[in-house]
Design a protein around this ligand. Structure first.
Ligand SMILES: Cc1cc2nc3c(=O)[nH]c(=O)nc-3n(C[C@H](O)[C@H](O)[C@H](O)COP(=O)(O)OP(=O)(O)OC[C@H]3O[C@@H](n4cnc5c(N)ncnc54)[C@H](O)[C@@H]3O)c2cc1C
Length: 399
C-alpha cells in the first residue's frame, strides 16, 4: 500500500483480504492451476462461501447491498492484492467481465432486469459475459459491426457473429452489442441487449484455443453465433442507440481494474523472482542474485512497478473526484504503460526461474498465457497511444 493513498477504512479491511489470500489461495495454487476450470471451481466455490461469510464479498458493492462500498481508490488497492493469486478476483466475485456488467446493470438496467439478472450476479449465483467484438471487423474501430437487432412484435431479433466473448461458457447471459438503427450516426447506431445463453439461436461455436489452451468456464473466450435469437424488447439496457456511450462508461473504470490487477501480478512475479535469485545456487559458490543481469532486472522491475502503481492510484483518485470522462487521457496512459510493464516483469521473472518458469508448477506460465492479451483487449495499446497523442497535440494547435 502507498501511504498517501490509504484511508482508515482501507487500513482496517486490507489485512483480512491479505490473510485470506495467503492462507486460503496461495497454498492451493499449484493444484488448482493443473485442473480444468470446472474442477477447480468445486474447490473455489467453497472458498467463495467462506469469503462471503467473512464479509469480504464484492467489496466494491455499496454498503446498502450489504458490502463495503469501497471507493475506486480503495478497491484498486484491494484488487492489486487479489491479483497476486490467479484465483483472487474470482473468489471475491470481483472477476471481469462480471464486475463490469454489475456496474453497467446497476446504473442502466430496468428494475425488472436488475431483479432477474443483476441480483443473482451480485450474489455469485450466475456468471455473465460481454459480447461485442466480431471476427470479420477490426475491433479497434468499435463502430464497425455486423450484428443487428431488429424489432418484430414485442421482441428483438438478433443475428450476428461474435468472438472473444470472455467467459461465455457456462455464463447465464450475454450483454450483446448490436446495431439497432443502421441509419443513425456511427456512435448512435448500436444498443446493448441482454440475451440469456439458453435462448434458441444462441450457439457457442467453440472455446477458442489460445496458446494451446481452449480453457473452459470462466477461463475461456468463446466464438458465438446469434441466429434469429429472440428476446423481449424489455431486455434493452439503457436507451436504444446508447450502446457506445454505455461501452465507454463500462470500459473506463474497467481499465483501472485491469491495471491494478496487472500490478498485483507484477508484484507477485517480482517477489518470486527475488526469492529465486537468492535461493538458486550456481555451483561456484555464488547465488543467482549475485549476477549483475539479475540485479538489473530486479532494480528495473522495482522502479517500473512503483511508477505504475503511483500513476494508477492517482488516476483512481481523480476518477473518484471528477468522474471517468475527466480522466480519459490518464486512463489511456495507464492502460498501455502498465500492460507493457506487466509483459516485461513477467518475462524477467520467467527467465530468472529458467525452465521452471515455463512449467505449471508456478503461476508464471498461467499469467504469461492469459495476460499477453493485455496489450490487445480493452483497446490495443497503439489506439490508446494515438488517442493520448492527439489530445496532447490539440493543446499545441494555435500556439
Ligand atoms: C484475452 C482477450 C479477451 C477479450 N475479451 C473480450 C470480451 O469479453 N468481449 C469482447 O467483445 N471482446 C473481447 N476481446 C476482443 C478485444 O476487445 C479486441 O481484440 C480488441 O478490441 C482489438 O480488436 P481486434 O482483435 O479486431 O484487432 P484489430 O482491430 O484488427 O487490430 C489489430 C492490431 O492493429 C493495431 N492497431 C489497431 N488500430 C491501430 C491504430 N489506430 N494505430 C496503430 N495500430 C493500430 C494494434 O496493434 C492491434 O493489436 C478480447 C480480446 C482478448 C485478446
Amino acid at each position: 500500500m502507498v501511504d498517501i493513498f490509504v484511508s482508515d477504512r482501507l487500513k482496517s479491511v486490507y489485512p483480512a483480504f491479505k490473510t485470506f489470500i495467503e492462507q486460503e489461495l496461495y497454498p492451493e495454487e499449484s493444484k488448482l492451476l493443473k485442473l480444468p476450470f470446472y474442477e477447480a471451481a468445486k474447490i473455489l466455490d467453497v472458498k467463495r462461501e467462506k469469503a462471503k461469510k467473512l464479509g469480504l464479498w464484492a467489496p466494491y458493492l455499496a454498503e446498502t447491498e450489504g458490502s463495503m462500498g469501497l471507493t475506486m481508490l480503495e478497491f484498486a488497492q484491494v484488487s492489486e492484492l487479489m491479483a497476486t493469486s490467479p484465483f483472487g478476483h474470482y473468489v471475491f466475485n470481483c472477476q471481469a467481465p462480471d464486475i463490469g456488467n454489475i456496474e453497467l446493470l446497476h446504473k442502466h438496467a430496468s428494475a425488472a432486469l436488475q431483479e432477474q439478472y443483476l441480483k443473482p450476479l451480485m450474489k455469485g449465483e450466475i456468471r455473465s459475459c460481454f459480447s461485442m467484438t466480431e471476427p470479420e471487423f477490426a475491433g479497434s474501430n468499435p463502430v464497425l459491426m455486423g450484428t443487428t437487432a431488429r424489432i418484430e412484435g414485442n421482441e428483438w431479433v438478433i443475428d450476428g457473429h461474435k468472438w472473444f466473448t470472455t467467459a461465455a461458457d457456462g455464463a447465464a447471459f450475454a450483454v450483446v452489442m448490436a446495431v439497432t438503427n443502421p441509419g443513425a450516426s456511427p456512435y448512435e447506431r448500436a444498443s446493448m441487449i441482454i440475451v440469456p445463453n439458453n435462448t434458441p439461436g444462441f450457439k457457442l461455436v467453440r472455446n477458442i484455443p489460445i496458446m494451446g489452451e481452449a480453457g473452459e468456464g470462466h477461463h475461456s473466450h468463446a466464438e458465438i453465433l446469434y441466429t434469429n435469437c429472440r428476446v423481449p424488447l424489455t431486455n434493452l439496457v439503457g436507451k436504444e442507440g446508447a450502446g457506445f456511450q454505455l461501452a465507454q462508461e463500462r470500459l473506463g473504470p474497467g481499465r483501472i481494474h485491469h491495471c491494478m490487477r496487472w500490478i498485483g501480478i507484477c508484484e507477485r512475479a517480482f517477489d518470486m523472482m527475488c526469492r529465486r535469485a537468492l535461493e538458486r545456487d550456481m555451483g561456484d559458490g555464488s547465488k543467482l542474485g549475485s549476477k549483475q543481469t539479475i540485479q538489473n532486472w530486479i532494480a528495473e522491475s522495482r522502479a517500473e512497478i512503483n511508477a505504475a502503481r503511483y500513476m494508477v492510484l492517482h488516476t483512481a483518485l481523480q476518477l473518484d473526484k471528477l468522474g471517468a470522462k475527466a480522466v480519459r487521457n490518464e486512463i489511456s496512459t495507464i492502460k498501455f504503460f502498465v500492460a507493457d510493464i506487466l509483459q516485461k516483469v513477467l518475462d524477467r521473472s520467467i527467465q530468472t526461474h529458467g525452465a521452471l518458469g515455463l512449467t505449471d508448477d508456478t503461476p508464471l506460465s498461467f499469467w504469461y498465457r492469459h495476460e499477453r492479451g493485455a496489450r490487445i483487449y480493452d483497446g490495443p495499446d497503439e489506439v490508446h497511444k494515438a488517442s493520448l497523442a492527439r489530445s496532447i497535440l490539440k493543446k499545441y494547435e494555435g500556439i
